[in-house]
Unconditional design. Structure first.
Length: 182
């Protein structure tokens, strides 16, 4: 509002993204995180069990509590993907802003892919932690490897966003080339 009063509409509009981006500094309230992560926790738990059961692993689920062999695991907020979802969103939005400023449709399409990528990667993380627990024990999965799987798979999520962007750029370039040739 102050920017609008001091500099006018054009300056406010030009700085809309940086003003919006500042919002990532303010963490959402706990009840918002709980509302978002509860369905994610359930879905990630469900997916992990339904992927590993046909492969012969002794795994069962009750809500977000998983039992694999003699171990009991709990898919918590962090494993449901809220932290990686927020981090991936912040990094992706910044990348999209720097690389594709002019195209709001393109940016919207890329932003829409953040959630599926974050959920997919978090399913992989839970699968990895279940398998680490099954083969190496609970201490291994809750120690160094817990954080390591998070970092490795977050890096994978960022790489997937870049890969999707490169694929979309190739499609856009091909369409522009085909349109110019016609």
């Amino acid at each position: 509002m102050v920017l609008y009063l001091l500099a006018g509409w054009s300056e406010w509009k030009r700085n809309l993204f940086p003003l919006f981006y500042i919002g990532f500094v303010i963490p959402p309230p706990g009840w918002v995180i709980d509302r978002i992560t509860a369905p994610l926790q359930t879905f990630v738990s469900f997916a992990a069990v339904h992927i590993l059961t046909p492969l012969g692993y002794p795994i069962s689920r009750e809500g977000v509590s998983l039992t694999v062999a003699q171990y009991q695991l709990l898919v918590e907020d962090a494993c449901a993907g809220m932290n990686s979802l927020m981090g991936l969103t912040a990094i992706s939005l910044f990348y999209i802003y720097l690389m594709h400023r002019a195209s709001w449709r393109y940016a919207g399409m890329m932003v829409a892919l953040i959630v599926p990528i974050a959920v997919f990667v978090n399913i992989l993380r839970v699968l990895a932690l279940i398998l680490i627990t099954y083969y190496f024990g609970n201490a291994a999965a809750q120690g160094f490897l817990h954080v390591t799987t998070g970092l490795v798979l977050f890096t994978l999520a960022i790489a997937l966003m870049f890969l999707v962007d490169m694929m979309f750029q190739a499609i856009v370039t091909r369409r522009r080339g085909a349109g110019a040739a016609a």
